[in-house]
Design a protein around this ligand. Structure first.
Ligand code: NAD
Length: 443
């Protein structure tokens, strides 16, 4: 079944249907119509999956898709155009350029998907939404064929078995979003066909709060980034590192912000989400084992509710420090200053994101130059993700490849290397190949 899907997509791709820019424009407009006309259905699905409110659905999903569509519409022709490169003496008279080409059949897995990234080139794609966000997955399966070209973009739903079956197929590229553990299985399967992969994984993203910073502002920003989506964001600050002298102040400021954001009872706040399912609810709750609860800690399995929770004096060997939390628990680990914080970060897998709050330029510089991570935001959290000119992605265990805006286009293109010989020498030997390009136009 999956083989037929992929073979069908490849056939349509090879017909060249998706190559003209006009076709891409039609598909973008169709995607735009989908998110506009079916906004209420999308909001409803995310409400059912995560108890997410409409404001956050717009903020986290719809606005960014709309912005991507606008960005792509004004730039696609430029991105897809041949890119002349600097020439050497031998090629001085020739046309030498890079021509971005779509790769072919692409496999996308998305955690809360609404569609293929608009910035992707003209690849055909199998979209495999996560079975965990079941309402969004069902909606995507229903809506995409109504709006997009269903012979070019196919939605396959299902869980582990269906994903494994898909991974046995030969793709020209696999774009995977999920945990590092499954990322390794994806890469192993891709290796059988030498299929290139983009792995958007996760990990424990540290947040260093220096004693020289505006702690109230830092905590307000951390509280937003940590507890949005109930902590289920790949770049949520996973844990705080700080000196013991400011730990209680941090707890106090987070408490104030939690009151402001979710009032006294986050469970009845329309702005507070739920854990995606009971399996993850049990997993997150078990991470609190041995920890000292400074704030929160309440839970209700029947609603997959876990209160925004801060844990203090957490020790590095605790279970919570061994895996990505992906939930609303915020451990604080105390360290004696910057050098120890840097050592702590470097002793672990390279994170997807790193946050540093400080008003001291030396601290910021040392953190940036002495650690390695997918991306950094200084004096805030998550915000580097929102800039589409910055490539987004991990390093080491947190992933490989990059996406967003033009970076998505380039990541999912083959960069064909072209040299068109234009020299008149040996004209009599191979005349048909040596005609100069008409008015310098690159093909
Ligand atoms: P997951 O890796 O547990 O599951 C993702 C998908 O993999 C599932 O939908 C499932 O169908 C499939 N899968 C699971 N086990 C499999 C197996 N043995 N063989 C083949 N397929 C299998 O991840 P999740 O729970 O969906 O998402 C959470 C993770 O994703 C976190 O680590 C988070 O940081 C990461 N994430 C990363 C980004 C990013 O852009 N870097 C974005 C969102 C989430």
């Amino acid at each position: 079944m999956e083989k037929q899907v992929v073979d069908g997509l490849r056939e349509v791709f090879q017909s060249g249907r998706s190559r003209p820019l006009q076709y891409r424009k039609q598909q973008h407009r169709a995607l735009h119509r989908l998110i506009t006309e079916r906004q209420a259905d999308i909001e409803q699905a995310l409400k059912q999956d995560l108890n997410r409110n409409t404001y956050n659905t717009s903020l986290f999903e719809l606005i960014s898709i709309e912005n991507d569509i606008k960005l792509v519409e004004s730039n696609m022709a430029d991105w897809a155009a041949p890119r002349p490169v600097k020439k050497n003496l031998n090629s001085a008279l020739d046309d030498v350029y890079i021509k971005p080409e779509p790769l072919g059949a692409d496999n996308w897995n998305l955690e809360l998907p609404l569609g293929h990234d608009p910035a992707a080139p003209s690849n055909a794609a199998v979209l495999k939404p996560s079975e965990l966000s079941e309402h969004s997955a069902r909606l995507m399966k229903e809506l995409l064929p109504l709006y997009l070209d269903k012979e070019m973009y196919q939605v396959v739903t299902g869980g582990v078995l269906e994903t494994q079956e898909l991974l046995r197929q030969r793709f020209d590229h696999i774009f995977y979003t999920g945990s590092s553990t499954v990322g390794k299985l994806v890469m192993e399967a891709a290796a059988r066909h030498l299929t290139p992969v983009t792995l958007e994984l996760g990990g424990k993203s540290p947040c260093y709060v220096d004693k020289n910073c505006d702690i109230a502002v830092a905590c307000r920003r951390i509280t937003w980034g940590k507890f949005a989506n109930c902590g289920q964001t790949c770049i949520a600050p996973d844990y705080i590192l700080c000196e013991p002298s400011i730990q209680d102040r941090i707890v106090e400021e987070i408490q104030k912000t939690l009151l402001e954001f979710y009032q006294k009872d986050p469970k009845s706040s329309p702005d507070y989400c739920r854990i995606i399912n009971t399996r993850h609810f049990d997993r997150v709750l078990a991470l609190m084992n041995k920890c000292t609860i400074a704030l929160g800690g309440e839970s209700d399995r029947s609603q997959c509710y876990i209160a925004p929770t801060v844990l203090k004096d957490v020790l590095p060997h605790f279970k919570i420090m061994q895996e990505e939390i992906f939930g609303p628990l915020l451990p604080i680990v105390t360290v004696n200053g910057l050098s120890e914080a840097i050592h702590f970060i470097n002793a672990r897998e390279k994170p997807l994101a790193l946050y540093v709050f400080s008003s001291d330029k030396t601290v910021i510089k040392r953190m940036l130059t002495e650690t390695s991570s997918g991306g950094v935001t200084v004096n805030d959290v998550l915000m580097h993700y929102t800039v589409d000119t910055l490539p987004f992605g991990g390093v080491g265990n947190s992933g490989m490849g990059r996406y967003h805006g033009r970076h998505t286009f380039d990541q999912l293109s083959h960069h064909l290397r072209c040299l068109r010989q234009c020299s008149p020498l040996e004209f009599s030997v191979f005349p048909e190949y040596l005609e100069p390009a008409a008015s310098g136009e690159l093909v």
